[in-house]
Design a protein around this ligand. Structure first.
Ligand code: BGC
Ligand code: NOJ
Length: 829
């Protein structure tokens, strides 16, 4: 069952009912100011950091679920409704929500009155513009009232929802004309403020939540002021400040009125926080006066429909440009809409926000993840390489001199997060992969020379290359009894905690140090991760390639020897006969072996081991992939492990705490499905690669949205696995490494257009039924118009490749470097 449809020409998903099986959201903003907006206008805004600089309040896990947002209420002759249906939930005569690239348009109609609201954050602008177009479609005049509503968060979202003894007494606002200012703590230690304005005169306002609602017993669905048809002109003093504008509107039949609201954020320099003179009409209880120059300029920027149209046009152009860098035309519409629109869009969002703020990530739980952000770069780097470059430098700056890494950092401070600390065994390797991806995309080797601090300490700065070296050797220097990398607190799978042995409620599996291992430095020196071994052998060649390019042949040979040794160690101690083991636990026992009672086979190490060609000579690659198909494949994707754990295994940690079929315990973790898709494509089994791809790619789940529940236009982290009661149900949508990895899987492995250090590889691995496909790729300043022909209906194998008619050996298109368009023709066979 569907709840909408894709409008590919406008790059939108069109939702036709407010009652989607879960709030279906969109993200507004790309740089500083961000908003989350659901299909009923729920959500919240923040500046840079969803925890430290929250602008509007949101109540997570609420009942009903999606409560709190930017709401417009209309009181039309006693009928009260919202254009997005919620929170009043009056049945609308028609409803539509269009989520597009950085904007959302929600349209509701009731009793002949139409309200179309366009929400967007313009480029280089710290505010959300909300354009409300009201049209009287009836044949009688209409007199009605419209109320806006935004509830301020008192900046630190964590403190805001816990420290009520203080926060109920700190709220401050001011009102000037049609603008309501949020000034909590501004006088003292903050130099930022927020405002909510409308480009017209108003007939009243409310800034105190209780006054707006009329009673502490009312919810957002039942505000007394709206019912009364007029504002109470309340002035918030402590408690919960809000911003609501009240406006009376009269419309003749057919007449339209446009109102432009702006929810903005501004910062003042320390010495310019206050103004000298008090503007006339300012409603304040303060003796000081805000310097509102910044807000004035922001308001001026979008105070007419023409300016709003120009802002929207600029946003559209920006996205058209971003999405023209890589475009495909395949025989499958769903592939086209994923690759050309939604997968790339999601990659921007994950790049911006890592795993911080979504409808499943509260924005107060974690900042940016070291491994997460590095992987996010893989799917994003072609869009805005300069931003990727800066991000790589920021992430590397949180690394420790020995190659270990803070697992997370706060986007506002860019400092490593000491609450969670380090010792996640996989973290350093992702840095090698992402820096290599940046160089392969851009050919910009100079990034390796940039002086990058360790532990955010400038005096410890070393060239970026040094960060890659310590990353590589952090693995080599931390091996266990079988010569495999130590598992430490966890590897990619946060829930395999082999040094935890936790039996006390509340202990964090990720950060708890069992006294048993304290003396050993915090983690077992026995437990080893086969996943990290395979990631090392997959990633290592990029490091070697970099050294070779730099002419450091000796170092390259030394590193290559480590990779070869690791492959040997894996084959000797970690190949289980039909697949690769997952780990050795702290007791030295095998994890993920046919000898185990549960959790006999795990997905994570397999793809990277296959792509590293470990044991290829004895057929380990194909055996492994066949085992995955046999044990992990099911209707909705590949489960993480099988059989699911049904007991708590204290030696494994969090993974065995989940009911079978969910999350890391045999859920369909879409992120690592991508690694198998890549591996199947790598060995040339294009059919299998595409089968797995189409099981999880959102556009393919659209038809079963009633089962899948989350948005059909973006990936979620997880789909309930075959052991789950809710088999096929998606969760944790939007912020997941799946976005980047599936972008890599479809574009670089299945469609086979893959940047390399020395050019653009074109080597597809597609379903044999395809006659071919076309792709456009902008690469290092040139444009390549690629046409793939598949006359013999094979999956893989480049028979011939020509560039502008001239034959090229192999399948790497050399960089032309002339800024021109080149025709690449590839014949498979
Ligand atoms: C989740 C993981 C997540 C980790 C860190 C675990 O509970 O299952 O997916 O990465 O917490 O937040
Ligand atoms: C989500 C985390 O963000 C990611 O870093 C981790 O790899 C997966 N969960 C698997 O545990």
């Amino acid at each position: 069952m569907k709840f909408g449809h894709f409008d590919d020409s406008r790059k939108e998903y069109v939702i036709n009912t407010p009652k989607t099986p879960y709030p279906w959201i969109n993200y507004l903003g790309n740089q500083g100011f961000f908003s989350l907006i659901s299909n009923t206008a729920g959500g919240y805004s923040f500046y840079m950091d969803a925890r430290l600089r929250r602008i509007t309040r949101y109540r997570y896990n609420n009942v009903p679920l999606d409560m709190g947002g930017r709401y417009f209420y209309i009181n039309d002759g006693g009928t009260i409704w919202n254009p997005g249906w919620s929170p009043v939930k009056t049945e609308l005569d028609s409803y539509e929500c269009r989520h597009g690239m950085g904007y959302t348009i929600i349209t509701g109609k009731k009793n002949g009155l139409k309200a179309e609201v366009t929400f967007f954050v313009p480029q280089n602008y710290d505010g959300e513009v909300q354009q409300v177009v009201l049209t009287n479609e009836s044949d009688a005049p209409k007199d009605f009232a419209i109320f806006s509503m935004a509830e301020w968060c008192l900046w630190d979202a964590q403190d805001d929802c816990t420290n009520f003894q203080r926060n109920f007494s700190t709220g401050r606002v001011e009102i000037l004309g049609s603008t309501i200012y949020h000034l909590t703590e501004y006088r003292d230690r903050r130099n930022h403020y927020a405002f909510y304005t409308v480009n017209d005169t108003i007939d009243g306002y409310d800034t105190d939540r209780d006054a707006f609602l009329g009673s502490i017993y009312n919810g957002w669905d039942n505000p007394e002021t709206v019912k009364a048809g007029k504002a109470s002109n309340s002035f918030a003093d402590g408690w919960s400040p809000i911003a609501s504008h009240y406006k009376k509107v009269t419309l003749a039949p057919g007449e339209t009125k446009t109102l432009i609201y702006i929810l903005g954020y501004a910062e003042n320099p320390q010495d310019k926080k206050f103004a000298d003179t008090k503007p006339e009409g300012l409603l304040t209880r303060e003796a000081w006066v805000l310097n509102r120059e910044k807000a004035d300029a922001m308001i001026e920027k979008y105070n007419t429909p023409e300016k709003v149209a120009a802002g929207l046009e600029e946003l559209r152009n920006t996205w058209d440009k971003l999405l023209s860098i890589f475009k495909v035309d395949t025989p499958d519409d769903k592939v086209n809409r994923m690759v050309n629109i939604w997968n790339q869009y999601q990659c921007m969002v994950t790049f911006n926000l890592s795993r911080s703020a979504s409808y499943f990530e509260s924005g107060i739980g974690r900042g940016m993840g070291f491994r997460d952000s590095n992987q996010d770069v893989l799917g994003f780097v072609h869009q805005i390489p300069d931003r990727a470059r800066q991000r790589l430098i920021d992430i590397a700056s949180t690394q420790m001199p020995d190659g270990g890494c803070y697992h997370q950092y706060q986007p506002l401070t860019k400092k490593g997060n000491s609450d969670i600390g380090g010792d996640f065994s996989d973290d350093p390797l992702w840095m090698i992969l992402s820096v290599a991806a940046y160089i392969k995309e851009t050919g910009d080797w100079s990034i390796l020379d940039v002086q990058v601090p360790y532990d955010n300490n400038e005096s410890l700065a070393k060239p970026m290359l040094d960060h890659l070296t310590v990353s590589f050797y952090h693995i080599v220097n931390n091996l266990g009894p079988h010569g495999l990398p130590l598992a430490m607190r966890a590897d990619w799978n946060d829930c395999i905690n082999l040094s935890c042995f936790s039996d006390t409620p509340g202990e964090s599996f990720q950060t708890y140090t069992n006294p048993k291992f304290k003396a050993e430095g915090g983690y077992s020196k026995i437990a080893e991760s086969v996943f990290v071994a395979a990631l090392f052998t997959y990633t290592g060649p990029a490091y070697v390639g970099i050294l070779e390019h730099l002419g450091k042949t000796e170092e390259a040979a030394k590193a290559q020897a480590e990779i070869d040794k690791m492959k040997k160690n894996v084959m000797e101690s970690a190949f289980d006969g039909e697949w690769f083991l997952r780990a050795y636990d702290a007791n030295g026992e095998k994890m993920g072996s046919h000898e185990c009672e549960e959790g006999k086979i795990f997905i994570e190490p397999q793809g990277f081991a296959v792509m590293s060609e470990i044991g290829k000579d004895v057929g380990a690659d194909i055996k492994t992939l066949n085992s995955i198909d046999k044990y992990l494949n099911c209707e909705f994707g590949l489960v993480l492990n099988n059989p699911a754990f049904t007991k708590y295994y204290i030696q494994y940690g969090e993974i065995s705490t989940y009911p079978g079929g969910y999350k890391e315990n045999a859920g369909i973790f879409t992120h690592n499905n991508a690694w198998i898709i890549c591996a199947e494509a790598y060995v040339g089994r294009g059919e299998k690669a595409f089968e797995y791809y189409s099981k999880i790619a959102p556009a393919f789940t659209e038809e079963t949205s009633d089962i899948h529940k989350t948005e059909p236009y973006v990936y979620g982290q997880m789909i309930g696995g075959k052991d789950a009661k809710n088999f096929g149900q998606g969760k944790n949508s939007w912020l997941t490494g799946t976005a980047a990895w599936n972008m890599v899987a479809i574009s670089q492995y299945i469609l086979g257009v893959k940047p390399e250090f020395d050019g653009l590889r074109v080597d597809p691995s597609i379903p044999s039924a395809w006659d071919g496909f076309k792709a456009t790729r902008q690469f290092r300043g040139d444009t390549y118009e690629i046409e793939i022909k598949n006359p013999n209906h094979v999956c893989k194998g480049v028979k011939s490749l020509t560039v502008d008619g001239a034959a090229v050996d192999g399948c790497i298109v050399p960089v032309a470097g002339d800024g021109k368009t080149h025709k690449v023709e590839v014949v498979l066979g």
